[in-house]
Ligand binder design. Sequence first.
Ligand code: EPU
Length: 331
Amino acid sequence: MDYDLSAQNTFRMKVRCSCYVEYETLKELEGLNFDRLPRPLLHIGAGSNLLFTKDFPGTVLHSNIEYIKYVDMGLDEVPVMVGAGVVWDHFVAETCRHGLWGAENLSLIPGEVGAAAVQNIGAYGVEVKDILSGVVAFDLQERRKVRFSREECRYGYRDSLFKQPEMKGRYVITSVLFRLSRKSGPRLDYKGVREALGGRDCVTPQEVREAIIHIRRQKLPDPDEIGSAGSFFKNPVVSREDFVRISPDGSAPHFDLPDGTVKVPAAWMIDQCGFKGAVQGGAAVWPKQPLVLVNQSGEASPEDVLALEQRIVNGVQERFGVTLHPEVDHI
Ligand code: EPU
């Protein structure tokens, strides 16, 4: 186990892998001698949605493909091609500076562009799939470049083709094509966004970005100060009958989905179970947003995090009869 991965995962788990490889271009990736790399292979982004549960026996790959190319600034809908290794928020910051609409609600989300397209990251009423029009990837099985349209990526809530068990690890995303807009299109309906803008509707992408940053900074831990992987659990979707059982008077926060099911914030359930601020060894539940587990001491072990996860899953199961599923990838 040669390589220390502490700096490659935002949870700051002190784990190691056999081999770590970074590359700068698609050509360099194609030219790697895959047959000689220790298996299994794991491709990571910024490591901001991962929990390493132990040392990784194989090779960890990371992309440094970093470019942002505005294909045609003259159009109303501007196509932008972005390398998978670009830090997500650098992309958002730059496009907002150019006055382009689309990515502003996704400000300050940790991670890189390639992983954002795998994960279909989302926040404040917007998901990556809403602004993405295609993906270029390298097929590790057939060792060739492939393109996917947005439809082919099969996006769902924090889900995509690239996360399906039969596809996992097969494709390495090398660049992502976005479609951003010059026409004003603020999306301010998520709770708290309009308020953060002082009730104004006529705003710029930069102003929306600043409002989102303000909201996130109040609720979420500063990644430079405390290790975490963002939301640890997905928000569960339950049937209407189950929602009535969970909240007979309907007062629990919830979102009605078009198919009649109901999404209930996991943060609310965890909060109701009294887990805010709960501590397990070096790990803890973030008091301001209990969906986030943190490496409080800086020395938390994977076992601490897993034990805390289990306590929460059991607590929510007992109280609400709902099984929470992790959003963070367990490696
Ligand atoms: N809530 C409580 N107690 C709390 C905090 C929240 O009851 O202490 C309830 C409130 O009713 C609140 C609701 O939970 O209205 C939702 O909270 P929030 O708006 O913070 O959103 P979330 O559903 O907990 C999701 C994403 C976040 C994203 C926010 C904002 C998932 C798994 N998480 O969280 O994404 O930033 O919405 O859009 O969908 C991430 O994926 O890492 C992430 C941070």
